[in-house]
Design a protein around this ligand. Structure first.
Ligand code: F0G
Length: 365
């Protein structure tokens, strides 16, 4: 009984499940919160909207331990940092990386410093870094400034950097591609996801390629990335000095994995495209109200992008040219409750009615 419990506890988490594909050894101290193994949800309404007999699945990364895909990479990055004897980790963040780093640092018993652009972090994410006990430094600048400072501080040797410029992060995040292939028996035809610092598109592509090389899949998907229109350096092929978007998680003007993202897009014959803030908000609401999946704005970029691909003549990747019955996966990267502010503003104030069945029936209308 005791060993059964120990086994089930051990068997959770991406390092435990994909150890042979990850840079860990028997002596690596594993810091895990049971991340990964997230639902791949078949979406009937989305499939219907896309048409052509396509089957659309949503990979819901918002149900990871700290509510975003970052946990997959953080378990590896923090475990490796511990193995190398680090006493503190550091990251720049638009919110989710800092939430994840703070939690895994707490779990691993090391300190965590997070450098954040002031006033641009969603409430829930800031709250997470605070409650997990990170040292939070807000800067009067944007994410790109924060990452530059983190790179410089990392050179001093006092901190282990856990942004996705750390290859351990990418290694952990590629497990999401493994899960998709393991669950469905092959890679999808198309994979859509939001792009910010461009680590995740790099990681998925690495994962799909690795599984293909090991003959666990027979094909590779076209990788289609979406940036917010006001923060789209890769799409416009130029650094954006003052990126702006409601999707604060991907408010990035100079992505660290820019080159790798371009390689993934070119090698997979995919595309990079932009979606407007209006399209993002509309997709966030649509997904919640038609599929019951509540995601943060940045995550809704992949759904807004899906709509653009199948409905707009201006799409960089038009679904008119894809074979009928294609299998499509959209990654939604973070939970909707992390970023409630814009929604709270739209909510009507609740005016109570008398506590009688009749009054309640009348209020229902
Ligand atoms: N979606 C969410 C919810 C994110 O938090 C991020 C990145 C992305 C998409 C984009 O992923 O950077 O790998 O291209 N968030 C980082 C952070 C930058 O600091 O939390 P990417």
């Amino acid at each position: 009984m005791h060993s059964a419990i120990a086994k089930s506890q051990r068997s959770r988490g991406v390092i435990d499940r994909y150890r042979e594909f990850l840079p860990v050894s028997a002596s690596t101290p594993i810091v895990s919160l049971g991340e990964g193994n997230t639902p791949l949800i078949y979406c009937q309404q989305l499939s219907k909207r896309v048409g052509r007999g396509c089957r659309v699945f949503v990979k819901n990364e918002g149900v990871n331990p700290t509510g975003s895909f970052k946990d997959r990479g953080m378990t590896v990055a923090v475990s490796k940092s511990l193995e190398r004897g680090a006493r503190a980790i550091i990251c720049a963040s638009t919110g989710n990386t800092s939430a994840s780093a703070s939690a895994y640092a707490a779990r691993g018993g090391i300190s965590c410093v997070v450098i954040l652009p002031v006033g641009k972090i969603a409430t829930g994410k800031l709250l997470q870094a605070f409650v997990y006990g990170a040292r939070i430094v807000a800067i009067d600048g944007n994410f790109d400034d924060a990452l530059r400072i983190v790179r410089e501080l990392g050179e001093s040797g006092d901190f282990a950097i856990v942004n996705s410029i750390n290859p351990d992060r990418i290694a952990g995040q590629k497990t999401a591609a493994f899960e998709i292939v393991d669950e469905t028996g092959d890679a999808p035809d198309l994979h859509l996801l939001p792009v910010g610092n461009a680590g995740n598109i790099t990681a998925y592509w690495a994962g799909y390629r690795e599984y293909r090389a090991r003959e666990r899949s027979t094909k590779l998907p076209a990788m289609i990335g979406f940036q917010a229109a006001g923060a789209a350096p890769i799409f416009y092929n130029q650094i954006i000095e003052k990126p702006e978007t409601i999707a604060s998680a991907i408010r990035i003007g100079n992505p660290a994995s820019w080159k790798q993202a371009c390689a993934a897009i070119a090698e997979s014959r995919g595309a990079i495209d932009v979606v407007s803030d209006e399209e993002i908000v509309a997709a966030q609401n649509w997904l919640a109200q038609h599929e019951g999946i509540f995601v943060e704005p940045a995550s809704a970029a992949s759904i807004a992008g899906l709509f653009k691909c199948c409905e707009s003549h201006e799409a960089a990747y038009s679904f008119q040219k894809i074979p009928e019955a294609s299998r499509i996966v959209c990654t939604v990267t973070g939970h909707g409750l992390k970023d409630p502010d814009a929604i709270i503003q739209r909510m009507e104030e609740l005016k109570p009615v008398a506590a009688t069945t009749n009054d309640v029936r009348r209020a229902i209308g």
